[in-house]
Design a protein around this ligand. Structure first.
Ligand SMILES: *[C@@H]1O[C@H](CO)[C@@H](O)[C@H](O)[C@H]1NC(C)=O
Ligand SMILES: *[C@@H]1O[C@H](CO)[C@@H](O)[C@H](O)[C@H]1NC(C)=O
Ligand SMILES: *[C@@H]1O[C@H](CO)[C@@H](O)[C@H](O)[C@H]1NC(C)=O
Length: 388
């Protein structure tokens, strides 16, 4: 049953379509950068973040923490339906799955559960990227095995790891989003996306709890950020292109806020590693990162700003994940908008906004906020004039 549902796009069509299926599979399995992400003609690029689907065996896997009146007939298929509805409503340019895509303990066959979980993204033909949480490896595949399977799926831009270097974890990669075709930025990455594996559990006997982003991963991030900055900046453009970072387990710095300085809710503690491996400082130093997006704590969905970086949760998405009965499952959307230039064409990124949508009848949008906006020369000049 499950396999059939996933295979339909390739199986149902005749020979001609089968060739298409094969060629796109080959493309997805190929090397980095096979498919270029770029801003649309409207100067926008939209990302849908899906956190913690916790997919199990599909219809046979029941929902958790829904009202007792909602239990009957509630399963992983409700998670699938929510992904479909979100894709239809938002028409994102990229879907990012930030780990605990499957809940391994309740997945009989990891490969099948992964295919089932990502099926709505695959069938939509929208590019998608995934990283690992702490539950993805609890079924029949190791973390390496899960990541290696993900990269074979259609329309994914996920990568196992950069080549030619030693790095901890599986699923460390970056994606470039280029400017509008035909504009001066058509060959430049104007928005940089970083994906990291935040691991599962500490393997150091004296340190209990969750894993952390290792020095090897931070060195890779530093090199990548530096390389992208060199390619982007010039004599007249000193600031780097904005960067967004996605991984599963929140950093200890997510505990820096309370309701007076975040947007959203905090209904449980911050389940970060019990040690601080310094990735937040590494990002602040690099200077390009404007926002970080994690999952892991399903009952937290806030964004708070610390020294110029917004730290954001998406809130729990999946129905076979712990949640809070009566508190809707949700997803986070990020919209980056380009600046209109004097020559009536598109320039660099002007602003990055976010909101969430609830899985209710109307997919209610909440907590809209600006995460970052470019300080333009115009604003500065105005301020100077005003102050003079
Ligand atoms: C789960 O999906 C079923 C079938 O579409 C629907 O009737 C039910 O209301 C959904 N449950 C929840 C909690 O959304
Ligand atoms: C981008 O690269 C293409 C192919 O090399 C080239 O034709 C085009 O002029 C370049 N555009 C800009 C704005 O540099
Ligand atoms: C948020 O406000 C609390 C006081 O209500 C303060 O302790 C904390 O440092 C603030 N956090 C940030 C990041 O400003």
């Amino acid at each position: 049953m499950k396999r059939k549902a996933v295979g339909v796009p390739c199986l149902s069509a005749a020979a001609a379509a089968a060739v298409l299926c094969l060629s796109s599979l080959a493309g997805a399995a190929g090397v980095a950068g096979q498919k270029r992400l770029r801003f649309g003609e409207n100067g926008e690029f939209k990302i849908l973040q899906v956190a913690d689907m916790h997919y199990g065996d599909g219809k046979a896997t029941p929902c958790e923490d829904v009202l007792s009146s909602q239990m009957a007939g509630c399963s992983d298929l409700n998670t699938t339906a929510f992904v479909h509805r979100m894709i239809q409503a938002e028409k994102p340019d990229l879907v990012v799955f930030t780990g605990d895509n499957i809940f391994g303990f309740d997945a009989t066959d990891a490969a099948k559960s992964l295919e089932y979980a990502f099926a709505p993204a695959v069938s939509s033909s929208i590019p998608w990227a995934a990283i690992l949480g702490n539950h993805d490896q609890e079924s029949t595949l190791s973390r390496e095995g899960v990541m290696k399977h993900i990269v074979t799926l259609e329309h994914t831009l996920s990568q196992v790891n950069p080549t030619g270097i030693e790095i901890d974890g599986f699923g460390n990669y970056n994606l470039e989003v280029h400017g509008v075709e035909g504009s001066g930025f058509e060959n430049k990455s104007v928005l940089n996306l970083y994906f990291l594996d935040s691991g599962d559990y500490s393997t150091v006997p004296s340190i209990l709890g969750y894993d952390w982003i290792k020095p090897s991963q931070q060195v890779w991030f530093q090199h990548t950020s530096k390389k992208l900055r060199r390619a982007y900046t010039s004599k007249h453009r000193k600031a780097p292109a904005p960067g967004l970072v996605y991984f599963h387990i929140p950093l200890p710095e997510f505990a820096s806020f309370d309701s007076s300085n975040f947007t959203g809710v905090k209904q449980e503690g911050i389940s970060s590693a019990s040690v601080n491996s310094g990735f937040f400082a590494t990002m602040v130093e690099a200077g390009d990162v404007k926002a970080v997006f994690t999952g892991h704590d399903h009952l937290n969905d806030f964004c708070g700003e610390l020294t110029g970086i917004e730290l954001c949760y998406a809130g729990g998405f999946g129905y076979h994940a712990y949640g809070k009965a009566g508190w809707a499952r949700r997803a986070r959307v990020v919209l980056a908008t380009l600046e209109k230039t004097d020559k009536a064409t598109w320039g660099p990124v002007k602003s990055i906004k976010t909101w969430k949508r609830l899985d209710d009848r109307h997919l209610t949008a909440i907590d809209g906020q600006v995460l970052w906006s470019k300080r333009t020369k115009g604003t500065r000049r105005k301020k100077q004039i005003g102050g003079a």
